[in-house]
Structure formats: structure tokens, C-alpha cells
Design a protein around this ligand. Structure first.
Ligand SMILES: *Cc1c(COP(=O)(O)O)cnc(C)c1O
Length: 408
């Protein structure tokens, strides 16, 4: 297979000026991968900065409630900044230090990747610029607040629809003029090679741990593993622990939004979602686009899943049938979030709750000697603004109005 391709998917469609930058990135990444001390340093860093290894929690109450398979939950919510994103940014941080660069840039939609990148930059002493659509800056004030307080410069992007893809274009524009001292921290297993492979490598720490933990607790491998899929990094992270075991079913759950047939969703792999193959943002994958290749507007209750493309690696595994894709609607997500809170006292992020939805649907038809793992990619308590809004909680609304008045 050609380097950086997964079947027909992937590649590196980059402007001429960035060729040399990508060459040096490929070299640094290859050297790190071939150096066992790099991975050891990474594991040690994640162990003393971000609560790794994260636990695998047996959800006894939820399992009993559903009356089928034993449910285990991989606790990526316990990472610093509340999600698996820390794995990727800290890994790239170590690589940036090796390359001797002093500045990082990133684009962010909901702001979660921006916050993770800003913490990494502070920790490593890098300068940090985060590009964010003006629309998103307005919607995601709490995350912008943290990025700025962590020392990052947040640049509102006023082009186009003033959202994620415009921020991405702006970040590339920055990189073209600053590549000698700057690294672009891509946030998921997407973008031009080597990003999908490199980010998947950093996230594989999830699957490595989960495999060991499930064998220890359950005595053997699980029957099914569930993960939500935005760009695909938490899914690829946990799936890599089980790819070589054909009896372990891998299930990726996409954002069904208001329903696949409404067009108001962010599913790119489930049948009937309307996505098609294309090349954009430096790589080939399934995109939600119109016949002219213009990207469509997506919708999800979970900002982290609200993205037009999907990992080329997952596009390949989907095509091969190794990963099965399902979708969860916004309404199903709220119900699953409630159930997880009430039965287990866990507060999944709305992204992660998509994986819970599908596991909750399937567990009752499985037998009690079977086991499944849900990858809980992040925690929901940090997203109180969006979650309280989604629950349509009247006393929360009253609180917000009172607060606003107090500032007037
Ligand atoms: C960003 C995010 C996601 C989506 O990103 P992937 O690359 O698909 O993993 C999922 N869950 C949480 C909690 C996130 O913050």
C-alpha cells in the first residue's frame, strides 16, 4: 500500500511550499516511532500529568439494569482537560520539542482541542496561537476564556461561515509562512499524512491499556467495543487494542443529530447518510458535501462530533467491514446520558454518550457471559452550559438570566 494510504483513502494533498515541512515532520515522527525511549517518555508523561493508565470500570448497575452483557467503561474522562484529546496533544508536544520548534498553532471548533493544545503549550513553554471561527468564539466563551488564561492567543476567523473549516484554512495559511519555527497540532486522525497515522499512534495508548485491563478483569477479550466517531481519534485509539482479534466487533457511533433522514446530522459512514468520497483539507475521505464539492452544514448536539469528514483509516475499515457504523440521535443521547448518571454516577460527555446509546441498544440481546467495552472519551460536567441547555432545565435558565442581570 502507498505510504499514508488506507485502501483508497488518505494521502497528503498539500501545497508545494509545505513539502519540506512535511518531510521533516515525517522524519521526526519516524525517528520517534523507532526509538523505544520516546514511547516510554510519553507513557511516563501521561502517567504523571494526565492520570494514565485510566481505569476500566465495570458498570455493574447498568449491566444488571439492561440484563445482558457485562458492560465495562474505559475512563478517558479522567484525563487532564477531561477527554482523550490530552493523549494526542501531549504526544505531539514531545515531538515538537524534539524538532526544536518553539511555537504551535491549532484550529478548534468547540474549543476543546484548543484548550488541550493551550495546556500542552504552557507545559512545554511554546508560544501558542489558536484559530477559531468568529461564530464559534461567540458560542464557546468558556473555552476561549481558558485558552486565553492559559497564555494562548485566540484568533477569531471572519471568513466564510466563520466556523471550523474556515479556522482550518487560516491555520494552514499561518503554517505556510511560519513553518520553520511552528508546528500545526492537528486534533484528530484526519488531515494529510502523517497526521492520521501519528495521532492514531498516540491514541493507541487507550487500546493497549484497555486490552490488558479487560483480560485482567473479565478473563478474556470483549465481544464488542463501542466508541463515538467525530474525526475518529478516540475510536481509533481503543480499536487498535483489538484490531488483530477478528472475533471482537468494533462499533463506531456517529452523530445522528435530528435523524439521518432530516439532513441535520454529522454521519459520514452509516448507510443513507448522504456522504460521498472527496479530497479536501489535504486528504481523501468520505465528506458531507454537495455535488459540487462544497461542504454541507452539519449538526450534532455534541460539538466534538460536528465535523464534515472522517478519518481515512476508519473510512477504510468501514469499507472492509472491520468496523460497523451506527448513529445516535440527539434525543437518544440525552436519554443515555441520564441513564449513565442515574445508574452509575458517571457523567459522560455528550460525544461519549453516543457510544453509550448503541451499547445500551445491543447489550440486552447479549448473554451475561459476554462483555462489551464503551470508550467514555470525555466527561460531561465541564460542558454544563450545553448539557443543561439540552436538558431544558428551567432552574438553570433562571440562574443564567440572574447572572446576566448581576453583570449588567
Ligand atoms: C473531541 C471529542 C470527540 C471527537 O473526536 P474524535 O477524534 O472522534 O475522538 C469525542 N469525545 C470527546 C469527549 C471529545 O472531546
Amino acid at each position: 500500500m502507498k505510504k499514508g494510504y488506507y485502501g483508497q483513502w488518505g494521502g497528503a494533498f498539500i501545497p508545494e511550499v509545505l513539502q519540506a515541512t512535511f518531510e521533516s515532520l515525517n522524519k521526526a515522527y519516524a525517528a520517534a516511532r523507532n526509538d523505544p525511549s520516546f514511547w516510554q517518555e510519553y507513557v511516563a508523561l501521561m502517567g504523571n500529568y494526565s492520570c494514565r493508565p485510566t481505569p476500566l470500570t465495570y458498570a455493574e448497575n447498568l449491566s444488571r439494569h439492561l440484563g445482558g452483557a457485562k458492560i465495562y467503561i474505559k475512563r478517558e474522562d479522567l484525563n487532564h482537560t477531561g477527554a482523550h484529546k490530552a493523549n494526542n496533544v501531549m504526544g505531539q508536544g514531545l515531538l515538537v520539542r524534539r524538532m526544536g520548534k518553539k511555537r504551535v498553532i491549532a484550529e478548534t471548533g468547540a474549543g476543546q482541542h484548543g484548550v488541550a493544545t493551550a495546556t500542552m503549550a504552557a507545559r512545554f513553554g511554546f508560544q501558542c496561537t489558536i484559530y477559531m471561527g468568529e461564530e464559534d468564539v461567540a458560542r464557546q466563551r468558556p473555552n476561549v476564556f481558558w485558552m486565553e488564561k492559559l497564555g494562548a492567543t485566540v484568533v477569531p476567523v471572519t471568513d466564510g461561515s466563520r466556523t471550523l473549516k474556515d479556522a482550518m484554512n487560516e491555520a494552514f495559511r499561518d503554517w505556510v509562512t511560519s513553518m520553520d519555527e511552528t508546528h500545526y497540532v492537528i486534533g484528530t486522525v484526519c488531515g494529510p499524512h502523517p497526521f492520521p497515522e501519528m495521532v492514531a499512534w498516540f491514541q493507541s495508548i487507550i487500546g493497549q491499556e484497555a486490552r490488558e485491563q479487560i483480560v485482567q478483569q473479565h478473563g478474556r477479550l470483549p465481544d464488542r467495543v463501542y466508541a463515538c466517531v467525530g474525526g475518529g481519534s478516540n475510536a481509533m485509539g481503543i480499536f487498535q487494542g483489538f484490531l488483530d482479534a477478528p472475533d471482537v466487533d468494533l462499533i463506531g457511533v456517529e452523530a445522528g443529530g435530528m435523524g439521518i433522514d432530516t439532513g441535520q446530522h454529522a454521519a459520514r459512514m452509516v448507510p443513507g447518510c448522504g456522504a460521498s468520497a472527496g479530497v479536501a483539507q489535504g486528504y481523501k475521505t468520505m465528506f458531507l458535501q454537495d455535488p459540487e464539492g462544497q461542504m454541507l452544514d452539519t449538526h450534532s448536539i455534541a460539538a466534538g462530533l460536528d465535523y464534515v469528514g472522517v478519518s481515512p483509516i476508519l473510512a477504510h475499515f468501514g469499507e472492509q467491514g472491520r468496523v460497523r457504523f451506527e448513529s445516535a440521535t440527539d434525543a437518544e443521547v440525552i436519554a443515555a446520558l441520564s441513564l449513565a448518571m442515574r445508574t452509575e454516577g458517571l457523567i459522560p460527555a455528550m460525544e461519549s454518550a453516543h457510544a453509550f446509546v448503541q451499547a445500551i441498544k445491543e447489550a440486552p440481546a447479549m448473554s451475561p457471559d459476554q462483555a462489551l467495552i464503551i470508550n467514555m472519551s470525555g466527561r460531561g460536567d465541564k460542558d454544563i452550559f450545553t448539557i443543561a441547555h439540552a436538558f431544558d432545565d428551567p432552574s438553570w435558565k433562571e440562574f443564567i438570566v440572574k447572572r446576566a442581570e448581576a453583570y449588567r
